[in-house]
Design a protein around this ligand. Sequence first.
Ligand code: AP5
Length: 210
Amino acid sequence: MGMPGVGKGTQATVLRELLGVPHVSTGDILREAVRAGTALGRRVKSILDSGQLVSDDLMRELIAERLGQDDAREGFILDGFPRTQEQVKVLDGVLEQLHISMDAAYVLTAPEDEIVRRLGGRRVCPKCSEVYHLETKSPASAGVCDACGSALVQRADDTEAVIRDRLRVYAEQTMPVAETYRERGLLREIDATGPPDEVAGRLKKAVGKP
Ligand code: AP5
């Protein structure tokens, strides 16, 4: 968990390698559906572009389907879900069905001006979802994905006005979710300031694999 742009995707990739379980990013799944022009993608495109949340009903369907897949049997890292109190209940239900319990909820924290800097410089690969930054993680060849050679793009929701809306939506709808996990004794706060490697070091320590 954590504010838009705090580095959830960047750090989830590190955890995926470390733990050998899939990284399930609901944002990536939705963006892929938009890119592929599926029925789901057509339904959610304008919602994603505006920085609002997709409905809980739709997310319920999407997450149950994804977590039911074979590669998630031994566990998974969730990135961007749950984001509302209703989604907490959805996740509780899915975990119960799968006989899996949650180890922890990690929340990454950084000051808002750092968030704006990270999102302003972000470039992403529309094909393989690899994430770059103009200052802190530039590709070997400007504007081209190192992993698959596609042209990098700026996300439609990384404009100043939409970033402000996403931060507001996070404060109103997702911060209470963190409190729920704090009350359950599952919340671990990770200082996400400093370079990605430093943040990864703190996270690895928190998951007990320094
Ligand atoms: P989603 O894709 O989840 O967006 P988000 O939460 O806004 O998070 P981001 O992907 O923007 O950022 P991040 O924290 O992963 O940061 P990153 O690692 O890229 O969701 C998008 C939309 O989908 C939502 O607005 C909503 O519409 C919909 N949606 C998704 N899930 C939903 C749900 N459950 N319910 C309803 N709707 C849902 O890093 C950012 C940049 O900073 C990168 O350029 C990176 O290279 C750089 N960076 C990272 N770490 C560092 C560091 N330590 N120092 C310097 N730079 C860094």
